[in-house]
Ligand binder design. Structure first.
Ligand code: AGP
Length: 606
């Protein structure tokens, strides 16, 4: 949430910062700004997108040191003045910040009483004034930043420059990621490697509490007690091409279309034909320990939580271990009872979602065993967990999650197979699931080929004021995710209900104005689902059925038919038409598909 870029080196910083901000725009996109240091600080910031900022930055903004920011507002509405960077009153210090300063009001009152003039409503501005006060007496910018941070309660990823020290940037992290990029006689920093990969693939992740000083010829990192820390650079797997739209009109369509390959990557090297098990070396558990769990508790937020519901179902069916999923944002606040024989699984595409990270930390504090199912290698949640499964789905840029969702469901199928085969899942059933998993990439391709039909259906239904999504048992999380995708990117109101619950209340909503998307796989609940469709039709409701067969026209107006796989794996394939439906509805309604209003990709605030 929010993007930070910093540069120090021989080149002009402005174009590098603007390019980096464009790559980070998915993290926040209501306002943006840059500051360049060259005989004083030169700043431009605008309400709007990075393209608006690029148009506003004058050519005379030359200089090899600068910081930039793209914002998702928390304190103060999106506006030019609330955009980052923020300067001290004497315009010596400039700061960009991600995160939330919880004691900002108290600090602001003290600083104002001491003569600081605040221009914005942001919490961040206290930092520029605090650092300006300490820098006068400090021996270094680093010392001044450290002193200011000691007075801060809250989370931050920051980059700071001092007009009087034109060759260095100081960055620090506590709860919001900062990554350093190592170039040839130049250094970069950013809140996400996406901003760096065009220039370097050698990176260093800062830990919480760490601070770094960057100069053109290198960097030094320090722990919160000022001790120097030793960091090994990592090589990032992805290059700039992975962050492009690759010829698609939107990142979202690109990411939906990538699913045959991303699912194949999640499976690669993990299926064993001899024992029909899944190899998941990252779990760091032997068979005895794996057998010892009596319960599985899954946590995640938003779509990650819905994929966790699919996961819980898979684990119960294949491993016969009681399992359930809960939003991480709720879990962490209800003082959960943490049990030694429960396996906790945290899910996150970004690996940064604050609520999920805080829930993992709460679990660890209480001695819980936590696995992570995470896409971003080396991210905070991945590092916090005891072990886990990486998705290897590649960078997901569009705010709406698609390929990470299906890869997470596939990772859960692998985990369920693994847990099942050390328990009572028979070799024959293990083999059946392995074979089913292997069929998925090809079957996803078949579903993607239905895009023209789904596009037409999306145009037909997109103008409905509201839509109902229903499914039973395995189909229910699919319905929830389908409704989430539709609301998130098309802004069409959508509700998801278990089909079995419809007649206990929401059936009152059904009529010609509220079409229903019904998830109807050919499983043991088929007849019950068809009865529900009859009840909807009897009330004048229109039905779009997504399942394995074409329904009687008396029961459904439209049908999308997906290939059959093993029943347990149905949710993975059934989710994909709903992604295309939401995408084409958003396009038909001319929405900003990749950057829906009010949202951002990684939610790093509470
Ligand atoms: C998905 O479309 C959403 N943008 C959102 O619900 C997302 O899944 C959620 O914020 C969790 O993100 P994470 O997977 O990066 O933790």
């Amino acid at each position: 949430m929010c993007g930070i870029v910093a540069y120090v080196g021989p080149k002009d910083a402005a174009p590098i910062l603007l390019e980096g901000l464009q790559r980070l725009e998915y993290r926040g996109y209501d306002s943006a700004g840059v500051v360049i240091s060259n005989k004083g600080l030169k700043m431009r910031k605008v309400k709007g997108r990075v393209a608006d900022l690029a148009a506003a930055v004058p050519a005379r903004f030359k200089g090899g040191l600068g910081i930039g920011h793209t914002r998702w507002a928390t304190h103060g509405a999106p506006s030019d003045v609330n955009a980052h960077p923020h300067l001290s009153t004497d315009e010596r210090i400039a700061v960009v910040h991600n995160g939330i300063i919880e004691n900002a009001d108290e600090l602001r009152a003290k600083l104002e009483a001491d003569g600081a003039v605040f221009l914005s409503e942001t919490d961040t501005e206290v930092l520029s004034h605090l650092i300006a006060r300490t820098v006068v007496e400090a021996d270094s910018l680093e010392e001044a930043v450290r002193a200011a941070l000691k007075r801060i309660v809250g989370t931050y990823g920051i980059a700071v420059i001092d007009a009087q020290r034109p060759g260095e940037v100081v960055v620090a992290r506590n709860g919001s990621p900062i990554v350093l990029g190592i170039g040839e006689k130049e250094m970069f920093a950013a809140s996400d490697v996406a901003a760096l990969v065009r220039y370097t693939r050698q990176v260093v992740h800062l830990e919480d509490g760490e601070l770094a000083v960057l100069k053109a010829d290198g960097f030094h990192t320090f722990a919160s007690d000022a001790r120097e820390t030793a960091k090994e650079p990592l090589t990032v797997d992805w290059d700039a091409g992975h962050y492009d739209t690759g010829g698609y009109e939107h990142y979202l369509l690109k990411e939906i279309s990538e699913q045959p390959e991303t699912v194949a990557r999640t499976l690669r090297g993990r299926l064993d034909d001899r024992f029909h098990i899944a190899h998941l070396g990252g779990l760091n558990m032997d068979a005895r320990e794996t057998r010892s769990f009596r319960r599985v508790k899954i946590i995640g937020c938003g779509s990650a939580y819905y994929s966790g519901q699919i996961g819980a179902q898979l684990i119960e069916e294949l491993a016969r271990i009681p399992a359930d999923a809960e939003p991480a944002s709720e879990f962490r606040y209800r003082s959960p009872v943490v049990e030694p024989d429960t396996l906790y699984v945290a899910i996150s595409q970004s690996g940064e979602t604050y609520d999920t990270l805080a829930a993992v930390q709460e679990l660890k504090r209480k001695g819980g065993r936590v696995l992570g199912i995470v896409n971003t290698v080396g991210s905070a949640i991945a590092r916090e967990c005891d072990g886990g499964v990486y998705l290897h789905a590649g960078p997901e840029v569009s705010v709406a999650s698609t390929k990470a969702f299906t890869s997470t469901a596939v990772a859960f199928a692998l985990l369920a197979l693994h847990l099942g085969r050390v328990r009572d899942l028979s070799p024959a059933d293990g083999r059946r699931i392995c074979e089913g998993l292997r069929r998925l990439p090809g079957q996803i391709k078949e579903i993607l080929a239905l895009e023209p039909q789904i596009e037409e259906l999306a145009r037909k239904y997109a103008h409905s004021p509201s839509m109902m999504f229903v499914g039973r048992v395995r189909g229910y999380p699919v319905a929830r995710e389908g409704a989430q995708k539709l609301k998130e990117i098309s802004y069409v109101h959508a509700e998801a209900y278990p089909a079995s619950e419809l007649k206990h209340g929401p059936l009152a909503l059904i009529g010609p104005e509220m079409p229903t998307v019904a998830i109807v796989p050919d499983d043991e609940l088929l007849d019950k689902n068809l009865t529900t469709l009859g009840e909807i039709r009897a009330r004048g409701g229109r039905v779009l059925m997504v399942g394995h067969r074409t329904a009687d026209p008396k029961l459904a107006d439209d049908c999308v038919v997906v290939p059959r796989n093993e029943t347990e794996l149905d949710p993975i394939l059934l989710s994909i038409p709903l992604q295309l439906l939401a995408y084409h509805a958003a396009v038909a309604l001319e929405r900003d598909v990749d950057k829906p209003r009010n949202l951002a990709k990684s939610v790093t605030v509470e």
